[in-house]
Design a protein around this ligand. Structure first.
Ligand SMILES: Nc1ncnc2c1ncn2[C@@H]1O[C@H](COP(=O)(O)OP(=O)(O)O)[C@@H](O)[C@H]1O
Ligand SMILES: [Mg+2]
Length: 240
């Protein structure tokens, strides 16, 4: 699952990016957005307007899980279950049943959770085997990320099941006069291993806004491929 503590750090962006790149490597990927009311995966993954049923419909038993699964027209191999536009509280038991029912058909099931440690986080944390803590390189996001990571570890997740993603890195993010000195400070503050560093990307923002596919050769796609490869156990050096 993707989580953060602080809002707007790029959980949905990274979920779609990593999901799309895992799919391009031949994996069958289901991305479930759990951020009710603040949905954005539908636009980034291009399923906006194609969704009839959402995760709330499934969790409340109004439809079977497969009815809510929509193929991304932008990223072959990536399937999505969208969050509702409003309302609904994610509960662990039905989400767990859905995950079990879907798992024979997918190699990866990704939960894109909401900011904070509310019901979406709780349910995702109870079910997932690995968590990506997606943070921007600023002291507030990093401190909140530490709290989230500590919570996951206290709940029984092994430390090496947690991975840090630093998102929206800019040329002036680090340095003597910046609030955070360097990448090592990010890793030390949060206390978990790094999965990848995604720079600020106009291309990524533009594609997300317009619901277009991210070009395969842009930096964000390359970083996404590297993160996907590392999740598959490959040793890939940092690109940024
Ligand atoms: N690396 C990036 N470069 C540029 N914009 C980004 C990047 N990552 C996220 N964004 C933008 O930041 C905003 C919040 O991202 P989003 O993925 O929706 O965050 P969250 O799911 O954590 O709330 C969106 O407008 C998104 O396009
Ligand atoms: Mg989101």
């Amino acid at each position: 699952m993707a989580c953060s503590g602080k809002g707007g750090t790029g959980k949905s962006t990274v979920s779609v990016l990593v999901g799309a790149r895992l799919a391009s490597l031949g994996k069958r990927v289901l991305l479930i957005e759990l951020d009710s009311g603040l949905r954005s995966v539908d636009i980034i993954a291009g399923v906006y307007g194609r969704t009839v049923y959402d995760i709330e419909d499934v969790l409340c038993g109004r439809c079977d899980g497969d009815k809510a699964v929509v193929q991304s027209p932008l990223y072959p191999g990536l399937s999505v279950i969208s969050a509702p536009y409003e309302g609904g509280i994610v509960r662990t038991a039905p989400l767990s049943r859905l995950t079990a029912a879907m798992s024979p058909y997918f190699d990866f099931i990704l939960f894109d959770t909401a900011a904070g440690m509310g019901p979406a986080f709780e349910a995702g944390a109870a079910i997932c085997s690995r968590a990506l803590v997606v943070l921007t390189p600023d002291p507030v996001a990093l401190r909140d990320g530490r709290i989230v990571a500590d919570r996951l570890i206290a709940d029984g997740h092994p430390q090496d099941a947690l991975r840090l993603v630093i998102n929206r890195l800019m040329p002036d993010s680090f340095g003597k006069h910046a609030p955070v000195y360097d990448l090592d400070e990010c890793i030390d503050t949060v206390g978990i291993q790094l999965l990848g560093v995604l720079p600020e990307s106009r291309e990524l923002q533009r594609c997300a806004m317009l619901g277009e596919a991210l070009p395969e050769d842009c930096m964000a796609s390359l970083v996404g491929s590297a993160m996907a490869g590392r999740l598959l156990g490959q040793r890939i050096p940092l690109l940024v």
